[in-house]
Design a protein around this ligand. Sequence first.
Ligand SMILES: [Zn+2]
Length: 426
Amino acid sequence: MSVKQSSVRERIYRIWSYLSASLVTGLLLFSLTSSLQAQSIDILLKGGHVIDPKSKIDSRMDIAIANGKILKVAKDIPSSGAKKVIVVEGLYVTPGLIDLHTHVFVGSKEGFADGFSSLSPDDITFKAGITTVVDAGTSGWRNFPLFRKQVIDRSQTRILAFLNIAGSGMTGFPSEEDINDMDPHMTSLVIQQYTDLIVGVKIGHYRGSEWLPLDRAIEAGRIANVPLLLECHLPMLPLEGILERMRPGDIYTHSFCTAVDRTCILDDSGVVRPYVLEAQKKGIRFDVGHGGAMFHFSVAAPALKQGLLPNSFGSDLHRFSMNSGMKNMLDIMSKYLNMGMTIQDIIYRATWNSANSIKRPDLGQLSEGADADLAILSVTTGNFGFVDAGGARMTGDRKFEAEMTIRAGKIVWDLNGRAAHDWMAK
Ligand SMILES: [Zn+2]
């Protein structure tokens, strides 16, 4: 074969390769475009004020939802092809709220103490815009599988958990305070077995003066590489020492209370103790954990003024607190709104910041492809009263209310029937 012949063949081969590659690319592009066009929108939320702190969105936007996921967030998404269009003008559209401190192991056989005071999650979450709750150690490594079977797998609310360092969770005295049943290895083993559901270790309700329970809880967290949630029910241990032992990323709850049997974050003259501010600077996160006895305006308001803001608004809602001063997490958010925090800052702490506290960056945000968990909130104006855990009242003129809640693309709460059809329409 001559040199000339071979170069002609080479050229023909190159042209052929180029043409076939272009054809394949063209076909691929065509099928991709048509599949995008064919992907119909299940729900289109039109005209709401979207606040998505992760994406730094704080403006009027439309949100398209398909197959349980966020399909698109954009200024103006055409309604054509959408199966349901819901006008949400005048409302805030945010990621589904995350309640970081709950007790939802309902009917736990072993955990009689909190099994009784626990609440059924779906009964309380959606009407407050909450799509994810984290159970604060109602179960331990021994009974987590029961909790999962009995509650987690049967609920629509996404349920995550802190695993109690006490083997059977919140069973009350004496079993909950038995140091011999606080096993960092079994605890971390079960955490590693359920990484999709267990987000950390919890310790609380220990009235001894030994450091061993806290050390064991921290050890379990270290082995499993998860944060610790510390319910400040360790009255015999000094607060400064506790905060010193806690690692960056660990969470301190019941932060703003005046309970007499433990050290308050404020000193006697109402000043935030310097080591508390230092701890937050070091990366320790402060959760509200309001509950029935653990949130007081006399602590929260000065703390806010002095720069100690809660990182999350865990409610610690249970059977004995749900009908008292605190109604749900929205009530806590409304308290902070009236104490001067901005709506944007509140939404940040109730969504993206809470997701970061439990190292779940897939939650608390509205990026395309994320699970379509959303809260659609109104801020009502009027004359309102808010009550803390000590029975003290604060008046305010604004209040959050959940208009709609969407969980995995499904409408699970619709206060004013915005997604319903008019009964007179044919
Ligand atoms: Zn609690």
